[in-house]
Write a protein that binds this ligand. Structure first.
Ligand code: HEM
Length: 281
């Protein structure tokens, strides 16, 4: 078990080749039997990794066209959400023509948003025990002898919540990624996509999507919850290979109606314009 940023870096980056095998995962091994890029090891993984990267590049990953596609997808999502709101037409009228969707190039100018997204990924810690690796040859690591094929768990939580790298490891605090002047600050222990040879192949795609989806949604809606913040329980339903969040009721409030009130009745909620407030039940 690898715990903490330094140990993980020494193994996955400094001894990258040695630790590049995929460890055993009982639940998936009988299904995948070592096939597929995520579960393969050795030569077959190298071939599959090259194939995946080439295919993803062919589909536009890392190029501008993928940004356009994500923006289109985000716009469709926003439109779907918009449809579910009251007074759709009036809302569209107010929005069309006056707004453009966020673009990736905006990210550099939005350090706070970027910090919030980083903090969401750090705090939510979606793969707490990581995905197991294995050593592809006998090796020595920090005085321990690891025989070939030893399964190694890079515990992501121990890095993303490492108090030596994050001032408030167990608090949602975007300030982890901001300097005193409010500029974005990179943190070396921010490794939700892991590091080294087996680093997530979809990192840039996932990061693009997170930025464009979140900013597109928050551009048009304010998110609300019928529960008071102190009553929201963030305890995951399952906490193992992955962390499964509980189900939440989320309310998308069109931003131009932010000042209006959210009326909650019998477990559901609807936006009540201030003018109708007295008539609302
Ligand atoms: C927020 C979203 C995502 C997170 C947090 C995430 C995280 C991870 C992590 C922790 C690993 C294990 C790395 C290791 O073995 O050390 C991984 C592997 C992988 N991820 Fe992701 N991932 C995300 C999205 C994606 C997307 C969108 C794709 C595909 C387009 C993708 C494709 C892969 C593949 C193919 C691997 C296996 C790489 C290998 O074994 O060589 N991931 N990811």
């Amino acid at each position: 078990i690898l715990c903490g940023y330094e140990a993980m870096r020494e193994a996955l980056v400094d001894q990258a080749e040695t630790f590049s095998g995929r460890g055993l995962i009982a639940i998936t091994d009988s299904i995948f039997q070592g096939t597929g890029v995520s579960f393969a090891s050795g030569k077959s993984w190298k071939v599959l990794q090259r194939f995946c990267l080439t295919t993803m590049k062919d589909f536009g990953m890392g190029k501008r066209s993928i940004e356009e596609r994500i923006k289109e997808e985000a716009q469709n999502l926003v439109e779907e959400l918009r449809k579910s709101q009251e007074e759709v037409q009036a809302e569209i009228d107010r929005v069309i023509g006056s707004k453009r969707l966020p673009a990736l190039e905006d990210r550099a100018k939005m350090p706070y948003t970027d910090a919030v997204i980083h903090e969401i990924q750090r705090y939510s810690d979606l793969t707490p025990i990581g995905i197991p690796h294995s050593v592809i040859q006998d090796t020595n690591f920090r005085g321990y002898h690891l025989p070939q094929n030893t399964t190694v768990y890079p515990v992501m939580s121990s890095v993303l919540h490492d108090p030596r790298h994050f001032e408030k490891p167990d608090t949602f605090y975007p300030g982890h990624f901001l300097d005193a002047k409010g500029n974005f600050r990179k943190r070396e222990a921010f490794i939700p996509f892991s590091m080294g040879k087996r680093i997530c192949l979809g990192e840039s795609l996932a990061r693009s999507e997170l930025f464009l989806f979140l900013t597109s949604m928050l551009q048009s809606f304010s998110l609300g919850c019928p529960k008071a913040p102190e009553d929201i329980d963030l305890t995951p339903l399952v906490n193992g290979l992955g962390k499964l969040p509980p189900v939440f009721q989320l309310c998308f409030l069109p931003r131009h109606r932010e000042k209006e009130e959210m009326q909650i009745s019998s477990g559901s909620f609807r936006v009540v314009p201030t003018s109708e407030k007295n008539e609302a039940t």
